[in-house]
Write a protein that binds this ligand. Structure first.
Ligand SMILES: Cc1ccc(Nc2c(-c3ccc(O)cc3)nc3c(C)cccn23)cc1
Length: 109
């Protein structure tokens, strides 16, 4: 991925997501949803394709993305899962909206 400027930009976006200044709304998406710890046993019934930014970072570093579109699809999967499970207006849904806005802004650059 180091050769592909688009994938290099994906890494810059992950660094932006990981900034302490963004942690207040990024934390639910940084690691896989631990539905046991969070006491949401229905999660795996509802969300068939879990995704999180830790997994995205690992896939990028292990060259699993052929192009930036595949990276974008995984980031949007994180958001769709969030909006599907967390109803509109709930704290985590609102955090997802803030992540979505940040991503759309950086992705459009
Ligand atoms: C009872 C209840 C209700 C909602 C939640 N959501 C939630 C999620 C979450 C993230 C992405 C996602 O696709 C689904 C859920 N992550 C969290 C965290 C880190 C702390 C607290 C709540 N969290 C947890 C428990």
């Amino acid at each position: 991925w180091k050769g592909d400027p688009q994938l290099r930009y994906c890494q810059a976006i992950l660094r932006e997501f990981a900034k302490k200044a963004n942690a207040e709304f990024m934390f639910p998406f940084m690691e896989p949803v631990d539905y046991v710890a969070l006491n949401i046993p229905d999660y795996p019934k509802l969300i068939k394709n879990p995704m999180d930014l830790g997994t995205v970072k690992q896939k990028l570093e292990e060259d699993e993305y052929e192009n930036a579109a595949q990276f974008e699809a995984d980031v949007r999967l994180i958001l769709w899962n969030c909006f599907k499970f967390n109803p509109a207006g709930t704290p985590v849904h609102l955090m997802g909206r803030r992540m979505e806005t940040l991503f759309n802004t950086k992705w459009a650059e």
